[in-house]
Design a protein around this ligand. Structure first.
Ligand code: PGA
Length: 248
């Protein structure tokens, strides 16, 4: 049975002190036996958040990593650094990183391999732009992102990857995909995984939806057969996140 997941993506929000306070406020509201709860936070907030949630069900993730172990890469953070801190997972290939920091399907692929090498669960993001949706090439676009992002992964490795489908036009816009639109693409993702790895493996991979998920629409989205949870930006910074983690 694949995992259900409610993951928060704090993006570039909260100083270390603010992060500890937010984690403290959310902690008692996150108890859950149906889904894994993850806070993905800025690098400098990892330590305070890890300390704050110790002893709870909450897992902590980073929002990026670099694909080399160490060396002359000024400003970057490696998988072994994250691992040693007690980080559990890492977002890879978020559309904001693809758009503003030149991430490509190829760097995303290298980062997924590196995360897996160090036992960090990758939350691999894909999604189409508004223009791509309007041109009716959403599914083609997503299939390419999945095939390139997961290129060379064995079935065993693929099972450890969590995929987040995040239509770019729905991120931070308040314009959520309908549950049917989200389901259609999440199903297409499972289909391409089945073509590559077989349906048994595809059925074990958790696929999340992200893009303006909130306490009011989460239940409807999470009910869909191929949506195993959410990657949540804005609403993960508020009390509203409680409704999302309880929407399973
Ligand atoms: P949003 O962001 O929930 O604020 O739309 C989602 C994301 O970017 O992961």
């Amino acid at each position: 049975m694949r995992k259900k997941i409610a993951a928060g993506n704090w993006k570039m929000n909260k100083t270390p002190k603010e992060a500890a306070a937010l984690a403290e406020m959310l902690k008692p509201k996150m108890a859950n036996d149906k889904a894994e709860v993850i806070f993905c936070v800025p690098y400098v907030d990892l330590m305070p958040v890890i300390d704050t949630v110790k002893g709870s069900n909450i897992l902590v993730g980073a929002e990026n990593l670099y694909f080399e172990d160490k060396g002359a890469y000024t400003g970057e953070i490696s998988a072994p650094m994250l691992k040693e801190m007690g980080v559990n997972c890492v977002i890879i290939g978020h559309s904001e990183r693809r758009e503003y920091f030149n991430e490509t399907d190829e760097t995303v692929n290298k980062k997924i391999f590196k995360a897996l090498e160090y036992g960090l669960m990758p939350i691999f993001c894909c999604g189409e732009s508004l223009a791509e949706r309007e041109d009716n090439i959403t599914i083609e676009r997503i299939r390419i992102q999945i095939k390139r992002g997961m290129k060379g992964l064995s079935a065993e490795q693929a099972k450890q990857v969590v995929i987040a489908y995040e239509p770019i036009w729905a991120i931070g816009t308040g314009k959520v995909a309908t549950s049917e639109q989200a389901q259609e693409v999440c199903k297409a993702i499972r289909d391409v995984l089945a073509e590559i790895y077989g349906s048994e493996t595809a059925d074990e991979i958790s696929i999340l939806y992200g893009g303006s998920v909130n306490g009011g629409n989460a239940e409807e989205l999470f009910k869909m057969p191929d949506i195993d949870g959410g990657l949540v930006g804005g609403a993960s910074l508020k009390e509203d996140f409680e409704k999302i983690v309880k929407a399973f």
